[in-house]
Design a protein around this ligand. Structure first.
Ligand code: ZN
Length: 137
């Protein structure tokens, strides 16, 4: 008997779901959780990678954030479009648009080495103009 055949079907279904979510379009964030309603309203949150970072119990984590897994936020609806990235020294700001039937939301992801990734819903005017140029007709 093969290993596969002895797995219960509900477990196999959960595995299928995990594989699908791992392949889905989304934004990867190194942070322990997403608690911003503006984000969780539009995206599902999935834990997609093991923890990395400091696990020292006696460390005050003043120069870095403690260990965390990586999350992926996956749009519940619409199409996520990568717009581009700006580098400010070691800090990266990456811009995305979430296109739905009747509107567009813009997000900025801020990555700083050794600190949790931040994500913000931003005003359309805050998106760098040059990133939108290639979408012109
Ligand atoms: Zn630490």
């Amino acid at each position: 008997m093969s290993e596969q055949s002895i797995l219960p079907s509900d477990f196999k279904e959960r595995v299928r779901e995990a594989v699908v979510r791992l392949k889905m379009e989304g934004i990867i964030l190194w942070k322990p959780y997403v608690d911003d309603d503006e984000i969780t309203k539009e995206f599902d949150v999935s834990i997609v990678d093991r923890s990395v970072g400091c696990t020292e119990e006696t460390c005050d984590h003043s120069t870095h954030d403690p260990a965390s897994p990586s999350l992926k936020i996956i749009p519940r609806a619409g199409r996520l479009v990568y717009l581009g990235v700006l580098q400010y020294g070691p800090i990266r700001r990456t811009y995305y648009a979430l296109l739905t039937n009747n509107n567009t939301k813009y997000y900025e992801v801020v990555e700083e080495p050794n600190f949790y990734t931040k994500i913000f819903l931003i005003d359309p005017a805050a998106v760098p103009d040059f990133m939108l140029e290639s979408f012109g007709e």
